[in-house]
Design a protein around this ligand. Structure first.
Ligand SMILES: [Zn+2]
Length: 283
């Protein structure tokens, strides 16, 4: 799977044509909102030590590092579209148009089997994630299932690790990419019985047919690091894999900055443990 994706990505670069699964051009000479951000703001880092055994990933400069870190306004990005209210729990949510098209196909297939999939969260950019993170860091927002505010934990790394059970540091969330969605409920227990279990079982059996994968499966020998299990979070791989490949070769922990507690990122090893601490089937 990975080799196939890489081969296709490489072929796109050499042929200077857009891959069939994305509207973002591989040719950096073609103007796009993402390419413009690349030219102005990013500095690239070549990090190959994270997984030297894998084939080399080609640089795709049509993808801005600012985009990878959510530092853009999806409302002003032509690749992003608003999710119609029939698919979501509130208006105003956005997704990359390719993710959205795939979701609608999955939604309709599920509906035929009396399964209703509702998007509860979609794209969150850096500033939206910063509001969530700093709310928890400074004790203005309660942690899930824990009435003790994180700000009472004095050690910064321990405080960050507590928040990281379920929330990403700004700049490291898959929700930045427009590829990831949270469906139906934010608690695992909802998906473990009755209607919720039926929905989850359907997703496990069918989501891959539409390109979706659950990145945050139970932690254990196969996934020792990263966020806790999230049965509600699904990622559209044809696009997310392309973005995560670029993330891996172009960003390091010291790029994760601009919010309270950011200095803990290198000590935690935020990119290796959290951005890539996912279900291997989603890589
Ligand atoms: Zn999520």
């Amino acid at each position: 799977m990975r080799k196939t994706v890489l081969w296709i990505g490489s072929a796109c670069l050499f042929l200077l044509v857009a891959c069939n699964t994305t509207s973002a051009p591989a040719d950096e000479t073609v103007s796009s909102p993402l390419a413009k951000q690349t030219a102005v703001t990013h500095s690239d880092h070549q990090t190959t030590d994270m997984d030297a055994s894998l084939p080399e990933i080609k640089m795709d400069s049509s993808i801005a590092t600012t985009h990878l870190m959510g530092k853009f306004d999806p409302l002003k990005d032509n690749d992003f579209v608003e999710i119609e209210i029939q698919y979501a729990d509130r208006p105003g949510q956005l997704l990359h148009q390719e993710t959205y098209a795939a979701f609608i196909r999955m939604y309709e297939a599920a509906q035929k089997e009396d399964i209703k999939l509702i998007i509860k969260s979609a794209t969150r950019n850096f500033s939206a994630q910063k509001a969530i993170w700093e709310g928890k860091w400074n004790g203005k927002r309660l942690l899930e299932g824990n009435i003790n505010a994180a700000e009472k934990i004095k050690d910064p790394v321990q405080r960050a690790l507590k928040i990281l059970e379920y929330s990403s540091m700004p700049g490291t969330s898959r929700h930045h990419w427009g590829t990831d969605i949270d469906l139906n409920a934010f608690v695992n227990s909802y998906f473990e019985k009755g209607k919720g279990k039926k929905e989850y079982d359907w997703l496990v059996a069918n989501a891959a047919d539409f390109g979706f994968c659950q990145p945050y499966t139970p932690k254990g020998p196969n996934r020792p690091e990263g966020y806790n299990e999230e049965k509600w979070h699904w990622s559209y791989l044809p696009l997310a894999t392309r973005l995560s490949d670029q993330y891996k070769i172009r960003l390091t922990d010291t790029d994760i900055s601009g919010f309270d507690g950011a200095k803990t990122a290198p000590e935690i090893g935020i990119i290796k443990k959290y951005v890539f601490g996912i279900n291997h089937h989603c890589l």
